[in-house]
Ligand binder design. Sequence first.
Ligand SMILES: Cc1cc2nc3c(=O)[nH]c(=O)nc-3n(C[C@H](O)[C@H](O)[C@H](O)COP(=O)(O)O)c2cc1C
Length: 151
Amino acid sequence: MSDNIFTEELELNYTEVAPEIDFKEFEKVVTSRRSVRVFGDEEVPDEVVQKAIEHGLLAPNSSNLQPWEFHWVKSDDKRSALAKMCFGQNGAKTAKHLIVCVAKTGTWKRNCERMLASLKAASKKDGIEVPKAVKAYYGKIAPMAYGFMGP
Ligand SMILES: Cc1cc2nc3c(=O)[nH]c(=O)nc-3n(C[C@H](O)[C@H](O)[C@H](O)COP(=O)(O)O)c2cc1C
């Protein structure tokens, strides 16, 4: 087994079958999406927003270190202060929900450690050893890259 996660293919014998997707429905979502400038009165249930945030967390990101926070702002005072920060734009003023996405530059170290811990737990559960190259990646390479070059 290789030690270089960048250049060698790991011998994991792991595959995933892609689920059946209704392409027409997916295309409808992509082509009908709009940047809405004024929202209507319809309420958006909390469960819908919660799901949207959960789906946002599945976005691809560097080394899967997830350097972000999503803040779902609920207080009216903070929401109106935020709308002001958005240059008072109607989109922010009429939105039923506001979510602030924060890029975090100081969480990579903690998240490398969390990644190693979760890989260890998964390997114990599934009886599959964590490849040496993966351990080296989160234990040495990623901390070195983020530490020296910065996020
Ligand atoms: C990073 C980013 C910032 C944007 N900021 C604003 C904004 O402040 N106000 C606004 O009305 N639209 C904003 N937009 C929306 C763009 O104007 C919009 O995506 C573009 O005109 C294409 O229209 P569509 O998203 O409806 O296809 C922003 C889009 C992006 C990606």
